[in-house]
Ligand binder design. Structure first.
Ligand code: ADP
Ligand code: MN
Ligand code: MN
Ligand code: MN
Length: 336
C-alpha cells in the first residue's frame, strides 16, 4: 500500500511567544479529505503545554496543503491543540478566532499580512561582518546586488515553496535593514490568512535549515539605528470595500484608538523595542491614523483615500505576532 508522510504542525506553549513544533506521521493509503488525517497526540510536558504526570495533548488537523519539500503526495497539516477530553487547550488561540469568524461572518473581512523577518548566521544578521556593522541603512530596501542584499537564494526558494504549497503569497521584497526581508500573505479571510501565515513561517524556518541559516521574527533583532521587523496587517470589511467605505474606515480607526492598549497587549512581545516613533513607526504610547502616513499607527493607503473605499493598514503588530489573536481583535474592535 502507498504511504503518505504527513507533517503535523502546531503552536507550542512557549512564553512570551509561542513557537512552532512539528512531527511526521506516516499514513497508509492516500488522502482525499481532512477526514483521512487522524487525530494524533504529543508529549505536552516537553512543549510547556502539560505537566509530566498528565502529559498527553491532542492534535486536531484543521487544514492541510501539499508538502513542497518532500513532494509527491506528502502533506503539511496545520493542527489545533486540544485537551484529552476534547476541549480546546489554553494555548489554542485559533479556537477563539473560529468563534469570532462565525459571529461576524456577514462582514466578510479580508486580511493581507506583511511578514517581515531577519536571517541570521550564527549571532549576526546574514551578510553582516562578524563583530561589526555594514554601511548605514539607505540602499538596502528593495535593493539588488551582492553588496546590497543577502540571502536572496533562500528568499526565492521560500517563495517557490509557498506557491507550490498553494499559499496565497502576494509578493516579496528586501527590507530596510540588510539581511531583513518581507513577504505578504493574502488578502484572505481570517482563518485562511492566519493558517497560511503559520505554514509559511514553518516553511521559512525549515528551508533556512538547509542553508545553515536561521530566520527570526524578533521585532528588534539589532538594537540601535536599525529598522525593526513588523507584521503590518491590512484589513477590510465588505462595507469598507464598497462605496462610502472611507467613512467606515475612519470610524473603525476611531474605535481602534479607544482600544489601543488592548491591541498592543496582543500585538507581539518586545514590540516596545520597535515602536519607538523612529524607523517608520508610531510610538507605542501614542495612537494616530492618517492617509499615506508611515509614521502613524494606522495608515489609510493613498489609493483608498482617493477611491473613497478600500482598506486600512494597522502598522503596530510586530513580526512575531500571533495572527489568530491579531485577526480576532481587529474584527471584534471594528465590527463589535
Ligand atoms: P506596503 O505598501 O505597506 O508595503 P504591501 O504591498 O507590502 O504594502 O502589502 C499590502 C497588503 O495588503 C497585501 O498583502 C495585499 O494583499 C493586502 N490587501 C490589498 N487589498 C486589501 C483589502 N481590500 N483588504 C485587506 N488586505 C488587502
Ligand atoms: Mn510591504
Ligand atoms: Mn515592510
Ligand atoms: Mn506596510
Amino acid at each position: 500500500m502507498s504511504k503518505v508522510k504527513a507533517e503535523y504542525i502546531w503552536m507550542d506553549g512557549h512564553e512570551p511567544t509561542q513557537k512552532l513544533r512539528s512531527k511526521t506521521k506516516v499514513i497508509d493509503g492516500s488522502l482525499s479529505s481532512l477526514n483521512d488525517l487522524p487525530i494524533w497526540s504529543f508529549d505536552g510536558s516537553s512543549t510547556n503545554q502539560a505537566a509530566g504526570d498528565n502529559s498527553d495533548c491532542m492534535l486536531q488537523p484543521i487544514s492541510y496543503v501539499s508538502d513542497p519539500i518532500r513532494g509527491g503526495d506528502d502533506v503539511l497539516v496545520m493542527c489545533e491543540v486540544m485537551n484529552a477530553d476534547g476541549s480546546f487547550h489554553s494555548t489554542n488561540t485559533r479556537a477563539h478566532l473560529r468563534e469570532v469568524d462565525k459571529k461576524f461572518k456577514d462582514q466578510e473581512s479580508w486580511f493581507g499580512i506583511e511578514q517581515e523577518y531577519t536571517l541570521f548566521q550564527g549571532r549576526v544578521p546574514l551578510g553582516w561582518p562578524e563583530g561589526g556593522y555594514p554601511a548605514p541603512q539607505g540602499p538596502f530596501y528593495c535593493g539588488v546586488g551582492a553588496d546590497e542584499v543577502y540571502g536572496r537564494d533562500i528568499v526565492e526558494e521560500h517563495l517557490e515553496l509557498c506557491l507550490d504549497a498553494g499559499l496565497e503569497i502576494s509578493g516579496i521584497n528586501a527590507e530596510v535593514m540588510p539581511g531583513q526581508w518581507e513577504y505578504q500573505v493574502g488578502p484572505l479571510g481570517p482563518l485562511d490568512v492566519a493558517d497560511q501565515l503559520w505554514i509559511s513561517r514553518w516553511l521559512l524556518y525549515r528551508i533556512a535549515e538547509d542553508y545553515g541559516v536561521s530566520a527570526t521574527l524578533h521585532p528588534k533583532p539589532v538594537k540601535g539605528d536599525w529598522n525593526g521587523a513588523g507584521a503590518h496587517t491590512n484589513f477590510s470589511t465588505k462595507s469598507m470595500r464598497n462605496d462610502g467605505g472611507l467613512k467606515v474606515i475612519e470610524s473603525a480607526c476611531e474605535s481602534l484608538g479607544k482600544k489601543h492598549d488592548k491591541h498592543i497587549a496582543v500585538y507581539g512581545a518586545h514590540n516596545e523595542e520597535r515602536l519607538t516613533g523612529l524607523h517608520e513607526t508610531c510610538s507605542i504610547q501614542d495612537f494616530r491614523y492618517g492617509v499615506s502616513d508611515r509614521g502613524a499607527s494606522i495608515r489609510i493607503p493613498m489609493a483608498t483615500a482617493n477611491d473613497g473605499k478600500g482598506y486600512l493598514e494597522d502598522r503596530r503588530p510586530s513580526a512575531n505576532m500571533d495572527p489568530y489573536k491579531v485577526c480576532s481583535i481587529l474584527i471584534e474592535t471594528t465590527c463589535g
